[in-house]
Design a binder for this molecule. Structure first.
Ligand SMILES: Nc1ncnc2c1ncn2[C@@H]1O[C@H](COP(=O)(O)OP(=O)(O)OP(=O)(O)O)[C@@H](O)[C@H]1O
Length: 685
């Protein structure tokens, strides 16, 4: 019997030879693509398209010598067919005969790599995972399914490759997890394109990772349809988008748009802050009804006939007939401006009927000319006024009577006065819009002209969006599907959602699958147990994740010395950055400037993250305002003055939730530095 080491060596050598061959096959595929000539296309336009497709294909066939072409293998032995082996990697590689050498992780056959288990082997008899270093295989690990393991099973010789991947230190931005997607995650990733999925998951359970891999899987599986309609990822802020921005390109998907809710709903500059209760009211779904009324009540009952002079004659359409045309158009379910565009032709058609009754024989050109005439244009402007979003909202917030009419019974008097501007802007152009107004402007825009739908939207940190913001996202996938990712316990806006059922209804996706993820891949046990002390206070009923990390983690609570909290923070950062791995220094927003100055004064090089930008340079240490920390992770975090982080929020529950977010960013160590007493639940017991 061969020794395990010998077995491993020869098996590794065989797999390395297979990898070398796969690399050659990939190079052959690339050479073939390079030899194709786009100029042979039948015409110039086809040539251009073909050239573009070829360039894209050649780029996708580049081999990166730093990585391997596959990370796993399955041996499949179905009862009703021949046994086969499949190597699973980030992209397909085929040989000259077109047979697969490496199978894309998204192909149907790869599902078994992620989901086969001893209880449900899915015809898999062997699952093999590979360890690699700089493009060469260094280890392999076998799992025999559907029967007892043979005694000479090749083994990685200690340490699991899966665990090592989960434990790897975090340095730069987020990486893909294709080699280690877990079965419960894979079910979400491969949900059908028509299915909208809502994922509730505690911090670090892989929601973001799952959402991004789902986008990649959808694009692979429904390429043509989604290439046309588009896929969009929406995240909480710029720093977050920078953090996740490399994942899809590393999976070969460069055509997925990324946006924050602010960039998505960009209807002008946000120039005003407003009290949380006003913003909450503006986010309420009742505003949708108010806006619909405001738009459609702009129609004016015609009181006079339409009179169109042509030559020496004047043609008339009586007011009651115009009213019928207007009513019919308004009842058609077409958007306000789209229906308005139809009105001139309708009126002109009636003028034409008048002409015919008088014995004329006008043709289509006459109808067009009448529709474009000054008389018809002026008449249309009176009975069906042109509207724009800023004009509609400006009127509502500055004119109490207009707001009262649009509000109907939906808003109380007190609510209406909250919405009215104290000092109305003189013109819509000078209006000082707030963030909450952006979702309302977007709603009006859609009432005027239908927002086109994308094929799929991945919405991360969805718990923070107001009903009106959710409606805005829902419009962008009205005929497509959505993957909603979030955690009710991490809701840090006053309007954060309390129920996924409600959120999905606002998105227009009453029908959806709700999945709960509860295995934590980021936060080590001591840190998650500490942060979870806050849960009963701010999200009763929600559980903490079970950490699957081998590393139990480290928690260090450091009261400030006589020289103050900033000096203590600097010392903590120095310690945290003395070994490799990223360090996030998370502080109350108001303390960030002073903290950064203190770090600079003591020569601690660092970057700074902000709502509107990430960090272009790669810094080991990043200073992060508490309001920006959501969705990010660092190998070690230093959290400065937790009580002040909580106190900066408008209410206690939101404060504790913000703290929960901040405390759960650490991959291995959490250091807390404080001068103020810690919130009671976090005091060392
Ligand atoms: N199957 C997996 N294999 C390896 N690493 C994983 C896996 N799933 C998640 N991770 C890692 O765990 C970390 C947390 O994942 P992610 O950021 O997606 O979690 P999240 O649920 O979105 O967290 P949060 O709610 O805190 O934003 C990431 O570093 C991610 O790469």
């Amino acid at each position: 019997m061969r020794s395990p080491d010998h077995g491993l060596d020869s098996e590794l050598a065989r797999e390395q030879a297979y990898l070398d061959d796969a690399r050659e096959q990939l190079a052959r595929m690339r050479r073939l693509a390079e030899s194709l000539d786009a100029s042979k296309a039948s015409d110039a336009i086809s040539g251009e398209v073909l050239g573009w497709v070829l360039a894209r294909r050649i780029a996708s066939l580049q081999d990166d010598p730093r990585t391997t072409l596959f990370f796993g293998r399955i041996d499949v032995d179905p009862a009703d067919g021949p046994a086969e082996q499949f190597h699973i990697g980030r992209r397909h590689v085929t040989d000259e005969a077109g047979d697969p050498v490496v199978v894309d992780w998204r192909a149907p056959i790869s599902t078994a790599f992620y989901r086969a288990s001893p209880l449900e082997p899915m015809d898999v008899v062997l699952r093999r995972r590979f360890g690699a270093d700089r493009g060469r295989l260094t280890a392999l690990e076998d799992e025999h399914l559907g029967g007892p393991a043979p005694s000479d099973e090749a083994n990685a010789g200690g340490g699991s490759i899966l665990a090592a991947e989960i434990e790897r230190p975090r340095t730069g931005p987020m990486r893909d997890i294709v080699s280690t997607i877990q079965p419960e995650q894979d079910e979400i990733v491969r949900s059908d394109v028509a299915v909208s999925v809502c994922v509730q998951g505690a911090p670090g359970t892989g929601k973001t990772a799952v959402g991004l891999h789902r986008a990649a899987w959808l694009l692979y599986s429904f390429r043509e349809r989604l290439d046309r309609s588009g896929v969009l990822v929406v995240g909480p802020n710029r720093a977050f988008l920078d953090h996740i921005g490399a994942v899809l390109p590393s999976l070969g998907e460069v055509r997925v748009a990324h946006a924050t809710i602010e960039t998505l709903l960009d209807h002008g500059r946000v120039r005003a802050d407003e009290p949380a209760e006003v913003a909450t009211l503006k986010g309420d779904e009742r505003l949708a009804t108010v806006l619909r009324r405001a738009v459609w009540s702009s129609l004016v009952r015609p009181s006079e006939a339409l009179v169109v002079p042509r030559g020496v004659r004047k043609w008339r359409v009586p007011a009651y007939e115009v009213a019928e045309i207007v009513d019919e158009l308004a009842a058609r379910g077409v958007r306000y401006s789209a229906a308005r565009d139809l009105l001139p032709q309708r009126l002109a058609h009636h003028v034409l009927l008048e002409m015919e009754r008088a014995g004329d024989a006008p043709d289509d050109r006459v109808q067009d000319a009448v529709a474009r005439s000054a008389a018809v244009r002026a008449y249309v402007s009176t009975v069906w006024p042109a509207l724009d979003p800023a004009g509609v909202l400006h009127r509502l917030w500055s004119d109490a009577a207009a707001l009262r009419e649009a509000a109907g019974d939906d808003l109380t008097d007190a609510e209406q006065s909250m919405l009215l501007w104290d000092k109305p802007a003189r013109t819509k152009g000078s209006a000082r819009w707030s963030r909450a107004d952006m979702a309302l402007l977007d709603e009006v825009e859609d009432l005027l002209r239908r927002e086109p739908s994308l094929g799929h939207v991945v919405l991360d940190e969805a718990q923070d969006l107001s009903p009106m913001q959710l409606r805005a996202v829902g419009r962008r996938c009205s005929t497509g599907s959505v993957t909603v990712l979030g955690d009710i316990a991490q809701g840090t806006t006053p309007w954060a959602t309390a129920s996924w059922g409600d959120a999905m209804r606002h998105l227009g996706k009453d029908e959806h699958d709700l999945v709960v993820l509860d295995r934590g891949f980021r936060v080590p046990a001591v840190v998650i147990e500490y942060a979870a002390r806050l849960l009963p206070l701010m999200a009763p009923g929600l559980g903490a994740p079970v950490s699957v990390r081998d590393n139990p983690g480290r928690l260090d609570i450091r009261p400030a010395g006589d020289d103050g909290v900033l000096a203590e923070a600097v010392r903590a950062v120095r310690t945290a950055s003395s070994t490799a791995g990223s360090v996030g220094v998370i502080a109350p927003d108001a303390l960030v400037d002073a903290l950064s100055t203190a770090l600079t004064a003591t020569d601690v090089s660092h970057g700074r993250l902000d709502r509107d930008h990430g960090d272009d340079e790669d810094h080991q240490v990043e200073v992060v305002p508490a309001s920006v920390a959501k969705g990010l992770e660092f190998d070690r975090t230093v959290v400065v003055e937790p009580a002040a982080i909580a106190a900066a929020e408008p209410d206690e529950r939101t404060g504790l939730r913000r703290l929960y977010v901040v405390l759960t960013r650490a991959v291995s160590e959490l250091t807390i530095v404080h001068a103020e007493p810690l919130p009671e639940a976090l005091s060392p017991s």
